[in-house]
Design a protein around this ligand. Structure first.
Ligand code: ZN
Length: 288
């Protein structure tokens, strides 16, 4: 079950509770002091740090996380992440501004930091393997850019979806084989059955002994091929991204597209276990 607002505030009633959580997750109360080897810590007053009882060595739990250097209260950060877990199509800076009572600039920055965090927590494990199927497709995402040719600034996004498994995306510079093939080779495991449409860039997969390859002929209005091949899942994921970007963010510049894709991947990969979304975010910090 997803956490309710009430449960959230019961667990994180104030900034101190959030900082204690961060210390616990990243270090643990039995963490051995790197200076003296003892394991007794106490919270310092007025400083967001814990101190070794024996030698006075300090640990700053926010260092090396997305909160480092931020003056925004930790509880607001945690609550912002909570809001991300509540929304299907992402959270806009405007929405964060309204809900958190921070400036638009701060809200915007927080949103991006949280997306970065999501992408990192999500990781980048290769897809597929023996007995598994991966669908690959590419799409144009993007919008208007002043000064760009025709006002258009579209990016090409390659998507790879393991059936019943995870999704992975990459922004690529063109739809040529030399660009796309290496992306497949480094992210799809040997032994995978690969499905694509008939874009020429994919042709070579037919001769690649690492994979079993099947294509669907979209030009012939074929959506599920004779051997069950299809790219429906990856296209569904693309539709979700576009809906989220259009509906929530209006448009996304190429520069930040990666972080929106990271968020979409993180959420999609937990579609069958939405209750883990917040936990993964709140526990997925670099170990201290
Ligand atoms: Zn110590």
């Amino acid at each position: 079950m997803k956490q309710t607002v009430r449960q959230f505030f019961a667990k994180f009633p104030d900034d101190d509770a959030c900082l204690a959580h961060l210390f616990e997750v990243r270090y643990g109360h039995d963490h051995e002091c790197p200076k003296c080897g003892k394991a007794k810590w106490h919270r310092l007053k007025n400083v967001k740090a814990f101190s070794c009882q024996s030698c006075g060595h300090h640990i700053h739990p926010m260092a090396g996380t997305i909160y480092e250097g931020s003056t925004t209260p930790l509880q607001l950060w945690f609550y912002a992440m909570f809001l991300f877990t509540k929304s299907r199509n992402g959270v806009s800076a405007k929405e964060l501004e309204r809900q958190l009572g921070v400036t638009y600039k701060t809200a915007w920055r927080m949103g991006h930091k949280i997306r970065e965090h999501m992408a990192r927590v999500d990781g980048d494990e290769p897809l597929g393997g023996s007995g598994k199927t991966v669908q690959i497709d590419e799409t144009f995402v993007g919008g208007y850019k002043k000064g760009a040719k025709g006002g258009k600034d579209k990016a090409i996004v390659m998507g790879m979806v393991e059936q019943g498994g995870n999704v992975m995306t990459r922004v690529v510079k063109d739809r040529k084989r030399l660009t796309m093939y290496p992306v497949i080779k480094s992210n799809v495991r040997v032994g995978t059955e690969v499905h694509t449409d008939e874009l020429p860039a994919y042709n070579r997969l037919a001769y690649d002994r690492d994979y079993t390859y099947k294509s669907v002929d979209h030009s012939a209005k074929e959506y599920v091929g004779r051997d069950g091949q299809s790219t429906n899942s990856v296209e569904g994921f693309f539709m979700h991204i576009k809906r989220a970007i259009k509906g929530t963010h209006i448009w996304v510049s190429k520069k930040y597209l990666d972080s929106y894709l990271g968020e979409a991947e993180f959420i999609y990969n937990r579609r069958n276990a939405p209750e883990t979304i917040l936990t993964d975010l709140l526990y997925g910090y670099p170990k201290g």
